[in-house]
Design a protein. Sequence first.
Length: 145
Amino acid sequence: MSGEASANGRASLLTAITGRKVHVHSSGTFADQDLPFCEAVEIDGVVLLSGQMGVIPGSLRLAAGGVAAETRQMMENIGATLEAAGLGFANIVKATVFLADMTEWPAFNAIYLRYFVKPYPARSALGTSGLALGARVEMECIAVR
């Protein structure tokens, strides 16, 4: 089953289970990858974005250049997913950030702040002992219409 077909099947299944219309959104960033998750799911105007990392679209390769480069690419990937859902960064109400090394917080935050204006979304940050693909940073978001 293709990624789009499986996403549509998942949305149909969730709609049947919940009795509410569920949409699956994809920017195509991971179109050629066989991953066990979708980029975003929407129900009742709430869009839940899966954790995004700084991977080059169409691949599972991280942007070269450390946490700053990964953060820039991650934010662009998040922007593409939001755009696929007809939204933008202003629609984000909550972000959860995972950093492989909390000492890289200032470098991450400098890039992050370029994408938001006050009032900023609610945000949590966690240090981890490791992220998929050896990433330095990952962020998941909740957005609303």
